[in-house]
Design a protein around this ligand. Sequence first.
Ligand SMILES: [Zn+2]
Length: 112
Amino acid sequence: MILKHPQFKEVLKPVTEMVSETVFGCDCCKKEIHRNRDELTMLEVSFYYKKNNKQKHYCSWICLFKHLAKINLNNIEFISLPYVVPSSQSSIDGLTIKSFKKLAKQLAKINK
Ligand SMILES: [Zn+2]
């Protein structure tokens, strides 16, 4: 037995629709990063401070390391670096394990 049926009224609710996606740029060289859902197109790094955290985006490992060399790291609790991926996951040479290893070799030479 139904004692009372639900009642409805017409309402006008604001509806938001995305009309364009977020456009990312490299936090080092400022170049626009063109996203592609099928592959890795940028390096996303989290910087954790005592009271907050910041997300930074880089077009390559070179830009990431250049930026790390420039910024003040004193107030940072820790940094979450992205995975180092093989070329099968990114067609962008600067993002792959190959370019990461190239940088590692250069750093090893500097620190001899
Ligand atoms: Zn860059």
